[in-house]
Design a protein. Structure first.
Lengths: 1026, 418, 83
C-alpha cells in the first residue's frame, strides 16, 4: 500500500530505512522510527479494531498507552504476542500484525448485529437473563466467551528469556519528558545516583513533538544536550523502553525494560525483557498526563482522535491522519492541532469550541487563514460508520446546558478532540497517595502521600513546559539534598513558545448536553474498549449503583486494557453529574499496578523451567544415575527410588532389594536426612524441652529415637538424636523437615529461652549418610580397615562411634529404620563417593544391593515405623501413633499440655494400626457388580491397597458414609509374601482383629483385618542381633 | 416492595422504553433506631445471612451495616473458585451444602451470578500429593461429593495448554477433579443477595461504620456507628479480614491473623483455559474469566496486614508457578493486580457460631476460601442467629474447638485450602 | 517487598526474612497448671492488631537472628527505634 498520509518531510523517522510490514495480510510500508500505529495511519488504514460489546468499527484514537482501539496481535507461532497496542509497537521489517477482534474479519463483523440490538445489551444485561433453564448457562457462556478476548495466547512455550535486576539508587525518576529529564539532571549534578526510566524508545516525552524553543533552540536540540550530559554521569542509569509499572511499599518500584517486540529483540545476554526491582531513596514522578476525550454522540467513529495524538503523528512521524479535520475542544490547546494540520497541508473544516468566548491569541492566525471557529458550539453527531464523513454542529444555549438553534453539517474525515488533560497520578496513587480535585485546573492532582516521592510537571497538574522544567529542577535538587548530597541550584532553560500569551481557561465539558436522556441518542462513549456509554452510567445510577466502584464494576468502565486511562475521569465526572455531587466527593477508583501491562515472563524472571526451584542432589547422585536408578522427588531433593535391573519392573526390583536387606546386605544413600549439631552447656536442657523423651538419661555415645511436637501436640518431625558428648548432640530430621526444624529450634532458643547457651549448626550437606542394612552388615564392616569396634559388645544397638573406616573419618550410628542389623555411616560429603565405592566393592561377596526410597518404605512399614508426613498429617498426636512410651512424664516439653485437651484424649481418635487384606474376594455392595472370581484369588496375593484409600465399617450405605480412617502406607512385602498396610483407624488399637473395609474409588470394597502395625520381627530381635 | 423480575422479557420491555425505567436494585434507606437483627458487614456472606434470615426464618426487620460499599471487600477481590471437595467430612458437608445452593442461586435470587461449573483440577506433583488426592477423593465420594482422580493424559486432553512433561521440575503425576466445581461472577453474588434481601425488607445501609458494640452485662444491645446508635439484641458479625477488630470492640479475642492475599488478571484472551487449575506444590491457581482474562491467585503474604495490598515478590512467585504449569503463558501480560485481607484460623477452617456474649455471633476465619462458601455461610449463620444455636452443619466450626483441640485441620491434611 | 531493618545487618529486603507473628506471647511457665481455656488463649488467640503491632521477624537468609519490630499493619511503616 501507498503511504498516502505520509508528509513529504519532517518527523523523527528515518526515511533512509524503509520497512515492510503486513496488517491483516495486506502488505504495507513504513519507516524506521514509526510505530505500527503511525505506519497504519500513514498507509491510510482507518479501521483497526472492533469494540468489545457492540463490535463497532474503531480507528486509532491516541498515540500512546491510552490507546483503547488499536489492539493487535503480532508475530506467529511461539513468537506471537497478543494484545499489543499499535501505538506502542515499534515498527520492524517483516512485522505481521492482525486485528484481534471482528469475525470473520474486522471489515465485516457478523457480531456487529449487537450494535443494532444494543438496547437489549445495556449495563449489566447479563445479570438479568440467561438464568433459565439452569443447564443452558454453560451454553450461553460458551458463546459469550468466544466473543470475548483481545488476541490469542501463544500455544507454545516461550522461546525467550527474562531476568530480574535488583538496583538501589538515590533518586528514581519515572518519566523522561521535560520534567523528568530536568529532575534527573538536577539530581545527577549534585552527585546522586539516579535511575531515569521512560516508557518510549526515545527519551523526551512531549519534547519529541513540541514546537517550543528552549534557550532559543528547537526542543530537540536541548533534549540532545541533556541526554548527552546525563550519559556522561557515571552514576546515572538511563533506561528507555522502560516503564515504571509498580510503586510498592518502602519505596520499592518495579520497571519493565523491553527490547522491542520483534522476534529476537533482546540484549547481548539474550534477554527479551527485564524487570528492574528498585529500592529508591527518593522518587520523582514525571509521567506526564493523558488527554481527555470529549463525550458526544458517535464519538467513536474511526477518524475521531485525540487532538494531541493528531499533532503527535504530524510532528513525530510526519503522518497527517486526515485531509480535512474538525477540531472539537473546550480549551486552547487543541488550537495548536489546527495549526499543525494547516502546516501539514490539511484543511481545517472548523474549530468547534464549546466556550462562548473561544480561545485566546492562538486563535488569531487560524482566523486569519480562514478557519471557521464555532464558539459556544458542540458536535451533536458524527456520521460515517467505518470512517468519519461529517459532523453535526449545534450551538449551545446561553447557559450551555442544552443545544439550541439549528444544526449544521460539516464534511470532514478527521475529528481532533480535546477535553483537557488528566495528570497521570497512577504511580502516586499506587504509592498510597491521595488525589485532590483541582477545580481551577479541572483535574485530579496528587495529594498527600506516605512515601518518599513527589510529582512534577504534567502529572502534578502543571501543564506548561516552563512549569515542568522548574518543578523538575527543584524536585531533583530536593531529592539529592534529602539523600545527603550538597545541592547547587542551576537554572532551567528559557522557553519561547508562540501564541501562549493570553490562553483562555478550559471550560469543563463532561459530555455534550442533550435535550433528552442520553438513552435517546446515538451512543456517547466514555470507555471505548468496553463500550461503556453515558446511558450505561445513567442506568447504573438509576438502578442504585451509586458508589464509583459499583458503577465501574457494573458498567465495566475502566476495565479495558487501557485500565481507564482514557475514559475514567470523564466517567467519574459524569457519575458526579448524575448524583448531583461534586466530583471531589465521587473520587476516583483505585489505581492498581501495573501502570501498563507486564508480561508474565518478565515478572517471573529467570526462575522458570529448570531454574524454577533448585534441584538438590546428594554427593552420590552420579553413582545412582550410573546404576540406572529411578528417582523420586522429595521436596527439593532427588532421591533414588529404586534400581531396576535389566528387564525388571518396579515391583520386582523392590522385591529384590527388600530381600537383600532382609537376607544379606543392602546399601542406601540416606544423605538427604536433615542433620543438625547442637552444642553448648545448656544443650541437654534445651533438647529436653524440645523432645518428648528423657534426654538427661542419655549417655554420650548413645542414640535415641525422638519425636518433636508442635505446641498443639501434633507430631511435627522425628529422627535420631545422638549424644556425642556431654554438651554435644547430633539430630537427624526428615528430609523435607530439615529447614523447618532448624528454624523451629532457633526460634525457641532466641525468642523464648535466650538465657540458654546453645548453638545450632546445620550440617545436612556436610555429612553424607550411607546406610548398611542386613545381617551381613557387621561382617562387612568388621572386614574393613579401621579403628571402630563393630562387635556387639563394642558397638551395641543405639550407639554411636567415631573413628576411621577404610581410611575415611566416619561417624557411625547403629540405628535401624529397616529393623535389620544396620549401621548408618556418616562421612564428609567430599569423600562419600569413594567410601560408597569402597563399601560396594567390599560388599560384593555378600551380594550387596543398593536400595532406594521405595524399599526403605517397605522395610520400615514391615516394622510399623511411621514416616512423618505420610503416616501423619499434622492432626496426628504421638498418642495416636502409640508412642506413649516416648512421652516423658517427668518433664514438660513442647506440645505436652495440648495432649491433655479433651479432644486429644478421645478414645475414638484415629490410631496407627496395621491392615491385612482379609481374603482375595472383593465384596460388592451391589450383588450384580461384575466380578472375576477366577482371577481374584491370585490377584489378592499381590494386589495392594491404594495409599490414601478410605476405610469404612461396611460396604455400601447412603452418603455421607462414616469413615473410620484411611490407608497411609501400603506395600507388597516380599519377605512376608503378602501385601501389608499401615492405616489410621478410629479407636484402632482396641479393634485389633476386627474386619473393616477399604472403599476403593472403582466402587469395590476390600475386606481388611486390623492388626498390629508391626508385621515383621515383632520382638525386634534382628536389629539387636548379636 | 415488589421486586422487578429480571428476565429476557424485562430486558425487552426496558429496551422499548430506552432503558430509562429500570428500578433500583436495592434501596438506600436511613438506618432505623432498632432492628430485630443487625448484620455487620455487607459482603457476600453478610448479605446472604440477611437474605436467609428473611427468607428461611421470617426475620425481616434486619439491617446490613456496611462500612464502605457492598461487596467491596474480599467478595469483589477473590478468584471466584467454588468447590466442595474438602478432606474432612465436617468441611466437606458444609461446602457441599454451599455448592448445592450455588447450583440454584441464580434462579433463587433472580440474578445471574454466572455460576459456571467448569470443573476444578487439583494437581498432584509428588507421590505424597497423589496419596493425599486418593485420600481426599475417596473421602469425597463417601461424603456424596463428586470427585475423580485423573491421570496426566486425561488432564492434557482437558487442558491442552498444561505441561505434563515428566521432565518438569514438579511433574504432574495426576490430579483430583470435581466437575461440579467452578467459578462465579463475584460482584453479582453481592448484588444478587442485596437485591433479594432488600426485596424481603432488609435494609442495606452503606457508608455506615460500626465503631462500638453496646452491651448490657453479657448481652449485646446494639452498636454505635458512624450513623448513630442502632439497637438490636442479635448481632451477626461477618467482616472478613476485620473480625479481630470487631471482636476487640466486644472485648473478645479470636484465633485469627489477618494477612494480605493477592491476585492478578491478564489481558483478555480468546478462550484458552476451560477449567480451573489449582496446584498446591507450586502455589498458584488459575482460571479464565468469561471476559477472557486469566485470573490467578497467589499465596498469602507472610506478614499480617490490613492494607489490602501485599508484596510484589508474592506476585512474582505466582507468575513462576503459572509458567511452570503453563509455559506458553509466559508471553501473556498481567493487566491488573490487587490484594485483599484474609483472616486465617490455625486450622484453615472458618469460625461460625456463638460467642461468650449473648446475642453476638461471629462468622470469620475464612482464610483464602470464603467465596465458595458464600451462600452456605449465610444460610448456616442465619440459622445460628435465628435459633441461637448452630445448625449441625456449622456446629463443628465453633470457637470451642480451639479449647478442646477438635480442630478440622485442612492445613495439616495438606488439602488445598483455597 | 518491605524494607526491614535487621538490628545486626541493617536494612534488607523482605525476601531475606521470615515472619514470626505477634511478639510478646510468653510461653506459660507451668502449662499443666493452666485450664484448657488459658492454654488455648496462649496457643491460638491473637490480638491481630489493626494499627501498631509488635511482631517478630527472623533474618532467615542472613544472620538468622530473631528480633522484634513495631509496624503499622495498615500503612506497613515500621516504627523507628521502637523497643
Amino acid at each position: 500500500m501507498k503511504q498516502v498520509n505520509r508528509l513529504p518531510e519532517g518527523g523523527r523517522i528515518d526515511r533512509a530505512r524503509p520497512l515492510t510490514f503486513s496488517f491483516n495480510g495486506r502488505t504495507c510500508r513504513g519507516y524506521a522510527g514509526d510505530t505500527l500505529a503511525s505506519a497504519l495511519l500513514a498507509n491510510g488504514i482507518r479501521m483497526v479494531g472492533r469494540s468489545f460489546k457492540y463490535h463497532r468499527p474503531r480507528g486509532i484514537m491516541g498515540i500512546g498507552v491510552e490507546e483503547p482501539n488499536a489492539i493487535v496481535q503480532t508475530g506467529a507461532g511461539a513468537d506471537t504476542i497478543p494484545g499489543l497496542r499499535a501505538t506502542e509497537v515499534e515498527l520492524y521489517d517483516g512485522l505481521a500484525a492482525a486485528t484481534t477482534r471482528g469475525w470473520p474479519c474486522v471489515n465485516f463483523d457478523l457480531l456487529a448485529v449487537n450494535d443494532f440490538c444494543a438496547r437489549l445489551l445495556g449495563a449489566g444485561f447479563y445479570y438479568k437473563t440467561f438464568m433459565a433453564p439452569r443447564f443452558l448457562w454453560r451454553w450461553y457462556e460458551h458463546y459469550l466467551r468466544r466473543a470475548s478476548g483481545l488476541g490469542t495466547s501463544p500455544q507454545m512455550p516461550d522461546p525467550d528469556s527474562y531476568e530480574h535486576v535488583n538496583a538501589h539508587c538515590d533518586v528514581l525518576v519515572a518519566g523522561g519528558g521535560p520534567a523528568g529529564l530536568m529532575a534527573a539532571l538536577a539530581a545527577a549534578k549534585c552527585g546522586a545516583r539516579v535511575i531515569i526510566a521512560d516508557e518510549q524508545g526515545e527519551f523526551g516525552g512531549s519534547l519529541l513533538y513540541d514546537t517550543a524553543r528552549l534557550n532559543g533552540n528547537p526542543a530537540a536540540e536541548w533534549l540532545r544536550k541533556v541526554l548527552q550530559e546525563l550519559a556522561r554521569c557515571p552514576e546515572v542509569t538511563l533506561l528507555s523502553r522502560s516503564t515504571v509499572f509498580g510503586y510498592y511499599d518502602h519505596n520499592f518500584l518495579t520497571i519493565l525494560e523491553r527490547y522491542g517486540d520483534n522476534p529476537g529483540a533482546q540484549d547481548a545476554g539474550g534477554v527479551r525483557q527485564r524487570e528492574w526491582r528498585v529500592r529508591a531513596g527518593r522518587v520523582i514522578l514525571a509521567q506526564g498526563s493523558h488527554e481527555r476525550p470529549l463525550v458526544f454522540p458517535n464519538n467513536d467513529r474511526p477518524g475521531v482522535m485525540l487532538a494531541s495524538a493528531v499533532s503527535g503523528y504530524i510532528h513525530r512521524y510526519a503522518v497527517c491522519p486526515g485531509r480535512r479535520g474538525v477540531i472539537f475542544t473546550n480549551n486552547d490547546g487543541a488550537y495548536r492541532t489546527a495549526l499543525d494540520l494547516v502546516s501539514a497541508g490539511a484543511s481545517v473544516a472548523a474549530i468547534i469550541d464549546c466556550r462562548v468566548e473561544g480561545a485566546g491569541a492562538i486563535a488569531e492566525p487560524l482566523r486569519r487563514s480562514g478557519v471557521e471557529i464555532y464558539q459556544g458550539c458542540v458536535i451533536a453527531d458524527v456520521t460515517g460508520r467505518k470512517s468519519v464523513r461529517s459532523v453535526e454542529v449545534v450551538p449551545l444555549s446561553a447557559d450551555a446546558g442544552t443545544p439550541a438553534g439549528t444544526a449544521i453539517n460539516l464534511d470532514c474525515d478527521l475529528v481532533a478532540m480535546s477535553g483537557g488533560w488528566n495528570p497521570a497520578v497512577h504511580l502516586h496513587s499506587q504509592a498510597g497517595g491521595g488525589n485532590l480535585w483541582d477545580e481551577a485546573r479541572n483535574c485530579f492532582v496528587p495529594g498527600a502521600t506516605r512515601q518518599e516521592h513527589v510529582s512534577v510537571g504534567a502529572c502534578n497538574g502543571s501543564f506548561s513546559l516552563d512549569a515542568c522544567l522548574q518543578e523538575g529542577n527543584q524536585a531533583g535538587l530536593d531529592a539529592a539534598r534529602a539523600c545527603g548530597f550538597e545541592a547547587s541550584p542551576f537554572s532551567t532553560p528559557g522557553i519561547n513558545q508562540d501564541l501562549t500569551g493570553d490562553a483562555r481557561p478550559l471550560q469543563p465539558l463532561w459530555r455534550v448536553p442533550l435535550p433528552r436522556s442520553p438513552h435517546r441518542y446515538p451512543k456517547q462513549f466514555v470507555d471505548y474498549q468496553n463500550d461503556t456509554t453515558v446511558a450505561d452510567l445513567h442506568q447504573a445510577v438509576s438502578e442504585g449503583f451509586r458508589n464509583v466502584e459499583h458503577v465501574k464494576r457494573y458498567t465495566a468502565l475502566g476495565f479495558g486494557t487501557d485500565q481507564g486511562k482514557l475514559g475514567n475521569i470523564n466517567g467519574m465526572a459524569l457519575l458526579a453529574e448524575c448524583l448531583g455531587k461534586p466530583i471531589a466527593d465521587v473520587g476516583t477508583t483505585t489505581f492498581r499496578p501495573p501502570y501498563t501491562a507486564v508480561t508474565f515472563g518478565a515478572c517471573a524472571g529467570a526462575d522458570v523451567g529448570t531454574l524454577y526451584e533448585p534441584v538438590r542432589k546428594t554427593a552420590l547422585h552420579d553413582w545412582h544415575e550410573a546404576a540406572g536408578a529411578e528417582f523420586e522427588v522429595v521436596g527439593q531433593w532427588l532421591r533414588p527410588w529404586y534400581y531396576p535391573g535389566p528387564g525388571e519392573d518396579m515391583r520386582s526390583a523392590v522385591n529384590r532389594e527388600c530381600l537383600a536387606a532382609r537376607g544379606s546386605l543392602a546399601i542406601m544413600d540416606a544423605s538427604t536426612l536433615g542433620k543438625i549439631e547442637v552444642q553448648g552447656p545448656d544443650a541437654p536442657a534445651f533438647l529436653e524441652r524440645i523432645y518428648t523423651h528423657n534426654v538427661a538419661g542419655m549417655k554420650p555415645g548413645r542414640c535415641a529415637y525422638g519425636v518433636m511436637l508442635g505446641e498443639d501436640g501434633m507430631v511435627m518431625d522425628d529422627g535420631v538424636m545422638a549424644r556425642l558428648g556431654e554438651q554435644h548432640f547430633y539430630l537427624t530430621t526428615t528430609t523435607g523437615g530439615a529447614a523447618r526444624v532448624l528454624g523451629w529450634l532457633e526460634q525457641w532458643l532466641q525468642t523464648e529461652w535466650p538465657d540458654l547457651q546453645v548453638y545450632l549448626t546445620s550440617v545436612t550437606e556436610r555429612w553424607s549418610t550411607i546406610v548398611l542394612a542386613g545381617p551381613d552388615s557387621r561382617k562387612l564392616l568388621q572386614g574393613m580397615d579401621g579403628d571402630v569396634d563393630f562387635s556387639q559388645a563394642g558397638f551395641p544397638f543405639m550407639a554411636v562411634r567415631s573413628g576411621s573406616l577404610a581410611g575415611f573419618t566416619v561417624r557411625v550410628f547403629r540405628v535401624s529404620f529397616s529393623g535389620e542389623l544396620a549401621f548408618e555411616i556418616n562421612v564428609e560429603s567430599d569423600f562419600a563417593p569413594s567410601l560408597w565405592q569402597t563399601l560396594t566393592e567390599a560388599g560384593e561377596r555378600y551380594g550387596i544391593t543398593p536400595y532406594g526410597t521405595e524399599t526403605m518404605h517397605v522395610l520400615r512399614a514391615e516394622k510399623g515405623f511411621v514416616i512423618v508426613g505420610q503416616d501423619t498429617d499434622g492432626s496426628v498426636s504421638p498418642l495416636d501413633l502409640g508412642m506413649h512410651w516416648l512421652l516423658s512424664k517427668d518433664k514438660d516439653f513442647l506440645g505436652k499440655r495440648s495432649l491433655a485437651r479433651p479432644d486429644c484424649q478421645r478414645p475414638d481418635r484415629k490410631q496407627l494400626v496395621g491392615l491385612l487384606i482379609e481374603d482375595g474376594r472383593e465384596v460388592s455392595p451391589r450383588p450384580s457388580f461384575r466380578r472375576k472370581p477366577e482371577s481374584s484369588h491370585n490377584k489378592h496375593l499381590t494386589e495392594i491397597l491404594p495409599e490414601g484409600a478410605q476405610l469404612v465399617e461396611q460396604p455400601g450405605g447412603v452418603p455421607p458414609i462414616p469413615k473410620l480412617g484411611h490407608v497411609s502406607s501400603s506395600y507388597y512385602s516380599a519377605c512376608l509374601g503378602r501385601p501389608i498396610a499401615l492405616a489410621l483407624v478410629s479407636n484402632g488399637r482396641a479393634r485389633k482383629g476386627d474386619v473393616i473395609h477399604a472403599a476403593l474409588r472403582d466402587g469395590r470394597y476390600i475386606r481388611v483385618r486390623i492388626v498390629s502395625p508391626v508385621f515383621y520381627d515383632p520382638k525386634a530381635e534382628r536389629q539387636h542381633a548379636s | 416492595m415488589t421486586r422487578q423480575k429480571y428476565s429476557i422479557f424485562s430486558l425487552l420491555r426496558n429496551a422499548v422504553s430506552h432503558n430509562e425505567n429500570w428500578r433500583q436494585a436495592w434501596r438506600s434507606p436511613a438506618p432505623r433506631k432498632k432492628y430485630d437483627a443487625l448484620i455487620i458487614g455487607g459482603g457476600g456472606h453478610g448479605l446472604a445471612t440477611a437474605y436467609y434470615l428473611a427468607k428461611e426464618h421470617g426475620i425481616r426487620n434486619v439491617a446490613v451495616l456496611e462500612k464502605g460499599w457492598i461487596g467491596g471487600g474480599n467478595t469483589g477481590r477473590n478468584t471466584t473458585i467454588v468447590r466442595s471437595n474438602y478432606l474432612w467430612t465436617e468441611a466437606a458437608l458444609f461446602y457441599e451444602k454451599s455448592l448445592k445452593l450455588w447450583e440454584g442461586l441464580s434462579r433463587d435470587l433472580n440474578y445471574n451470578v454466572m455460576f459456571s461449573q467448569r470443573g476444578v483440577y487439583n494437581m498432584g506433583h509428588s507421590l505424597q500429593d497423589m496419596r493425599d488426592i486418593e485420600r481426599r477423593v475417596g473421602a469425597n465420594r463417601l461424603d456424596g461429593i463428586d470427585a475423580e482422580v485423573v491421570m496426566p493424559a486425561r488432564i492434557k486432553a482437558a487442558i491442552p495448554m498444561i505441561d505434563i512433561s515428566p521432565g518438569a521440575r514438579y511433574p504432574i503425576l495426576g490430579a483430583s477433579l470435581q466437575r461440579r466445581a467452578g467459578v462465579a461472577r463475584h460482584d453479582a453474588v453481592a448484588w444478587g443477595f442485596a437485591r433479594a434481601a432488600d426485596a424481603l425488607g432488609v435494609d442495606i445501609i452503606q457508608q455506615c461504620e460500626v465503631t462500638g458494640i453496646c452491651r448490657n452485662g453479657s448481652r449485646v444491645t446494639g452498636v454505635e456507628s458512624s450513623r448513630g446508635r442502632i439497637e438490636a439484641d442479635r448481632i451477626g458479625v461477618v467482616v472478613a479480614g476485620h473480625a479481630s477488630v470487631l471482636a476487640q470492640m466486644a472485648g473478645l479475642r479470636l484465633p485469627l491473623e489477618s494477612h494480605p492475599l493477592q491476585a492478578y488478571v491478564s489481558e483478555p484472551l480468546k478462550p484458552v483455559l476451560d477449567t480451573v487449575v489449582m496446584s498446591n506444590a507450586v502455589h498458584g491457581y488459575i482460571s479464565q474469566s468469561d471476559k477472557g482474562e486469566l485470573v490467578v491467585g497467589a499465596g498469602i503474604d507472610a506478614y499480617t496486614g490490613y492494607g489490602q495490598r501485599g508484596s510484589f515478590h508474592t506476585i512474582e512467585h505466582a507468575m513462576q508457578a503459572i509458567i511452570e504449569l503453563f509455559p506458553a503463558f509466559s508471553r501473556v501480560r498481567m493487566l491488573r493486580q490487587w490484594g485483599g485481607i484474609v483472616d486465617v484460623a490455625p486450622d484453615a477452617c472458618p469460625i461460625i457460631g456463638k460467642t461468650p456474649l449473648q446475642g453476638l455471633y461471629f462468622n470469620c476465619g475464612w482464610g483464602t476460601g470464603g467465596f465458595k462458601a458464600t451462600p452456605g455461610s449465610g444460610w448456616a449463620f442465619a440459622h445460628t442467629i435465628a435459633r441461637d444455636r448452630p445448625h449441625e452443619l456449622n456446629a463443628p466450626f465453633g470457637l470451642e474447638r480451639f479449647t478442646t483441640g477438635a480442630l478440622i485441620d485442612e492445613h495439616g491434611a495438606a488439602a488445598v485450602a483455597h | 517487598m518491605l524494607l526491614i531493618k535487621c538490628p545486626w545487618c541493617g536494612p534488607r529486603d523482605e525476601s531475606e526474612f521470615s515472619y514470626g507473628g505477634e511478639a510478646d506471647i510468653v510461653r506459660p511457665a507451668e502449662p499443666d497448671a493452666l485450664t484448657d481455656e488459658e492454654w488455648a488463649d496462649y496457643l491460638f488467640m491473637r490480638s491481630n492488631t489493626r494499627g501498631l503491632h509488635r511482631e517478630q521477624w527472623v533474618h532467615e537468609h542472613g544472620c538468622r537472628r530473631w528480633f522484634v519490630l513495631e509496624r503499622d499493619t495498615v500503612t506497613y511503616q515500621f516504627t523507628e527505634n521502637a523497643t
